[in-house]
Design a protein around this ligand. Sequence first.
Ligand code: ADP
Ligand code: LRH
Length: 491
Amino acid sequence: RQELRLAAVDLGATSGRVMAAVVGRDRLELTEVHRFPNAAVQVGDELVWDVVGIHREVLAGLRKVAATGPVHGIGIDSWAVDYGLLDGDGRLLGNAVSHRDRRTAGIPARVYATVPAPEIYAVTGLQELPFNTVFQLVAATGSAALESARTLLLLPDLLGYWLTGEVGAERTNASTTGLYDASTREWAVGLVERLGLPSTILPPLRSPGEIIGRVRPALAAELDLREDVPVIAVASHDTASAVVGVPAGSDSFAYISSGTWSLVGVELDKPVLSEAARRADFTNEGGLDGTVRFLKNVTGLWVLSECVRSWSATGEYADLPGLLDAAAGEPALRTVVDIDDVRLLAPTTADDPMPERVLALAEEAGEPTPASAPALVRCILDSLALAYRRHLRTALELSGRSVDVVHVVGGGSQNALLCQLTADACGLPVIAGPSEAAAVGNALVQARALGADLPDLAAMRALLRRTSDLGRFEPRPGLDWPAAERRVPLT
Ligand code: ADP
Ligand code: LRH
């Protein structure tokens, strides 16, 4: 075929989108046909995702793509670690719990009493995030849902199952669970069993590029799709798809996938499972074609978006671009905090608003109190850039790599102030964009699976560079980042 027309579904923690992509020899065009807000919902004592609502929005988006012409493939990626459980009849058992739910507090320490942390890291190579799937499952031990579960499906796999009826676990996303062996790229069955978890609920693994199945005929008819449209396993962890969508021209690049979370790292051929990597709490997640995403998970723009949500609820500020303009005029590095503090993890509430939490961290650190919303926004962005600087340095030290550019992709690549601060803090040029890198990576992997001449990551990225408009930010001298780094008390 000359050109492939694809539906790329990219689900972020704050918004989901369905893009109509056209991929040809010198063509890579993505058009957003459907976007919807996403947020976890407190139901009783649980913070859960409305997965059925997300499924409905995916269907609405697919219908819109179908209305633009023939669809040759469908791919779904989403945020990592969260899952649904199916019973023996293949029905969903309850709601999918959000990784921001408080149930995992204190769980890692309990797990390490059974299997010491170094032994776990040697197998999984994962950063200790309290919400890794393994910790969520340990927290759920004894619950009626887990007791009756036959199959665990990560969210993109669950949505793919609802489209096709086929179960499986795509490897890049499986690699974020803590149930997966980073070296063998298979489920870590021995570890799972030592932790007292049921390994039988883990479905067969599949790699990006494999066909999951065809859209169920009745659903295809309802969506005005051809009957035999394949649903393709893309790099279904959104960050893995976003790294595919990094428009790098050589191997010496670092990336920041900047969205609700920021993922800061490098692409490697092999995992780094050293004791130094464990101590630095770095993660080895799976990328396309067996690559390793050696990275640090940083709190990201979540804190900013939750502040904006809190201010708009009280009618103070709702306009992000206006706030960012005002923040650019605030003094640099006046107040910095540890943006990775766990107290910033949970959603903002009327009783515990996000802006107050950031102010409390500043006060605790003896930093000047930001006196206005723009000053608080500046504090968040300066603190993020400082975290990027520190984690990028560690990524390079631990991997032995050197880089000459930092690619910033995802929604945060549209934040010019943050991109400039990132260039300044890291002392490297920043190339910004694409802002929908995950959807781009999703479409490129589908295109290859359907026969496009994109043999490897280099070819995919070359096509991306030929077809994208990118921003560039040069590092500016003048600010004392090392001194600011020393002011941040790390948790
Ligand atoms: P996710 O996929 O995790 O939901 P995105 O990649 O969509 O996240 O990024 C969302 C973030 O991007 C927002 O929280 C916001 O800070 C930032 N963003 C989106 N649009 C803009 C914009 N026009 N200017 C500056 N920042 C933006
Ligand atoms: C980014 C992301 C990140 C995970 C987090 C749960 O959207 O997938 O890579 O750590 O969400």
